[in-house]
Design a protein around this ligand. Sequence first.
Ligand SMILES: [Zn+2]
Length: 288
Amino acid sequence: MLSTFVITAAIAVLGLKIFNVFPIEKNEPAGDEIASNNDGEPVSNEPIADEPKPEPVASSSVLVTKATSSNCTIKNGYLMLINPNFTVETSFIATRKTELISLSYHYGIQEANRNNGDNLMDPVAAAKLYEMVNAYKVDYPGHEIMTRSCFRERGTNCGRMCYPTGTTDHHTGLTCDLIDQSYGSSLDTSLYNQHPEWRWLKANSYKYGFIDRFPSEWAGGPMSAPRNLNEVGTTGLYETWHYRYVGVEAATEIATGKYNNGQYDSLEHYLLSRGLVTDLINATCKAN
Ligand SMILES: [Zn+2]
């Protein structure tokens, strides 16, 4: 009886093998395993092709190029884009420093935390910042905006909130982290959002050419998740205190969502919508 069962089972298994019912073993990873590099970013599993790739076809209409300071509108001027995909060289940062002025010396805007740089900013942006902090002071007596960190020569390497040298908006000379001293010196987004004065800043800064550079709407997920800089313009950050000069016209279009259905825009999405950036991941731009 038992031997009959064993023989029957063996025949059944052999039949299933012949008809390929059992899955074929592969050496590929399971579908939800994504290879990643040291930064946790996905890397391609595509095999390297043996044949040489064809040269790109030259065309007089090709205006798209890798963004560099010499070939790209958004690497100069007030719409300058620097982020982990659109990076700059240390020589660019050194040159930029020579073009900036001291907010403390020229406008009496003090830096709350003096070890973050020299409180430097582009002269045009600095004049507009002065206008903005004065308007704030008039509307909210007893409150005063101070800078915490403006131009930075070096980046930082301390996780999601930090950027290696060459990748931070703080190299533009158009940015300052701002604080209201009466809230204390802690940079805490939830704390800042509790204050009507700070909500005034987000609502009115565009009139002075400034934008909330890392608005909650474009954070691309919770701050506890990996940084998400996606192809449509999420920034991966939510920093209530980080204000960036882009000029009054662009700031107005960003704050009023001209290219974002009336909702607050991100600088990345705005530049993409205007065609000045052509690929946010591969850092290509429309050539000058
Ligand atoms: Zn900042």
